[in-house]
Write a protein that binds this ligand. Structure first.
Ligand code: FAD
Length: 387
């Protein structure tokens, strides 16, 4: 058993940390509040190769694994820049295309993922289906060689920043008549694809959208993997990267909040000469949150290591547990930090309450804590499926 990062991973961590700190949380919040995007940070991270760490070298990437991508997500979040698009574009979309795309799709898309010039967002959630993807109502119909996509998606992040959206639809298997999932790479400016921005209570430069697909016409090569049999494995291929990187973002956010709070509590003095951090009522909740964050972090790197070793099923269990613990730990850490800072905790200047919405959302999305507990109850504890 080895809990150490390799020297290369350590170097990556230090380099990403330095980049994140050059931008910092005030940059992130400034973009969010002015309706901007973190384009400069994204582009620089792309140029430095951090967004393509998990893309194979033959397509211009770093040739690393999910562990490296988790390091990037964690360190940017620990610098106060939790970039949700890291989860949807390099983690989900690049993995799906790398593992299940055709060679032509790999050649076309992976170089853009490698340098960050390509952003592909991910659309599975629908208003009626919610957590139950078996009820997806977005359908793909054949029209000659083309496909026609129709349906509705909700809460889709980053559509305004992306060139493509990876849409999960369903289509009829000609032999069995059964509906099967199928993934399509849809240009965000395709005719028939419209969007409206949702007002969310999250301070983030990344926005969520309702998407309407009205007979969006796509060429045959928009189907990921080029075959209907590729749909289900392609969909599952995105799950572990999604859970593990979103967990890494949560842990990074938790670390950031605890650091802000402990810097403050170590120096703030309101009762004579002692700092408020000397009071156990202030220090213990922070110490408790730090323990929870570190536990989540261990589970993330266990899951990423299993995933990079090709042990997908075990990574699925650990990845779900990592996502659950990281979601809870991040929410706890931010809330505890706000409390420890008192009034300052609620100001924009101290940069902690600005994360309340994001960490709260992390207990719901991309998979809710309840759905993870369902998974663990069923697959780890052997309980009957409840739904
Ligand atoms: C900030 C943000 C960004 C997002 N970005 C994206 C994106 O980019 N792409 C995308 O496709 N989606 C995205 N989503 C959607 C997200 O994945 C869903 O909100 C999430 O999966 C939950 O689905 P739902 O909102 O329909 O909740 P519902 O399925 O309606 O569930 C509501 C509540 O009931 C609980 N529940 C439902 N079924 C069960 C059950 N069987 N047992 C126990 N509890 C249950 C849920 O846990 C939840 O608490 C985003 C959401 C947010 C908030």
């Amino acid at each position: 058993m080895n809990f150490d990062l390799t020297p290369e991973q350590d170097q990556l961590r230090d380099a990403v940390r330095a980049l994140g700190r050059r931008y910092g949380h005030s940059y992130f919040v400034g973009k969010a509040k002015s309706g901007g995007h973190t384009t400069e940070l994204w582009d620089e991270a792309g140029r430095l190769g951090y967004l393509g760490v998990n893309v194979p070298t033959e397509y211009g990437g770093g040739g690393g694994g999910l562990t490296e991508l988790a390091i990037v997500c964690e360190e940017l979040a620990a610098a106060g820049c939790p970039l949700l698009l890291l989860v949807v574009s390099p983690a989900i979309a690049a993995t799906v295309i790398n593992r299940h795309g055709t060679e032509e799709q790999r050649k076309r898309f992976l170089p853009g993922f490698a340098d960050g010039s390509l952003k592909v967002v991910f659309a599975i959630t629908e208003p009626e289906a919610g957590s139950n993807f078996h009820r997806l109502g977005t359908v793909a119909r054949r029209d000659g060689d083309d496909w026609l996509l129709s349906g509705r998606k909700c809460y889709i992040s980053g559509v305004d920043e992306a060139q493509y959206v990876l849409v999960v639809a369903r289509t009829e298997d000609a032999t069995t008549g059964k509906l099967k999932p199928a993934l399509f790479v849809v240009p965000t400016d395709a005719t028939g694809l419209t969007r409206s921005r949702l007002d969310m209570e999250i301070v983030s430069p990344e926005n969520q959208f309702l998407l309407y697909l009205d007979d969006v016409r796509l060429p045959a090569d928009a189907l990921v993997g080029g075959s209907l049999d590729a749909g289900l494995p392609a969909l599952f291929a995105g799950l572990n990267p999604e859970r593990i990187t979103v967990a890494a973002m949560g842990v990074g956010t938790g670390r950031y909040a605890i650091e802000r709070a402990t810097d403050y509590t170590a120096t703030r003095r309101v009762w004579g000469g002692r700092s408020i951090g000397a009071h156990q009522g202030v220090a213990h909740p922070l110490a408790h949150a730090a323990v929870q964050v570190e536990l989540a972090r261990l589970m993330i790197y266990k899951a990423a290591t299993l995933y990079d070793a090709g042990r997908d099923l075990e990574a699925g269990v650990s990845g779900n547990m990592a996502k659950y613990t990281a979601g809870e730990a991040a929410a706890l850490a931010v809330d505890t930090a706000v409390q420890a800072l008192g009034g300052a905790g609620m100001t924009t200047e101290y940069g902690v309450a600005t994360l309340l919405g994001a960490v709260r959302a992390g207990r719901i999305a991309p998979v809710s804590r309840e759905m993870i507990l369902n998974f663990v109850a069923q697959h780890v504890l052997g309980q009957e499926k409840s739904y």
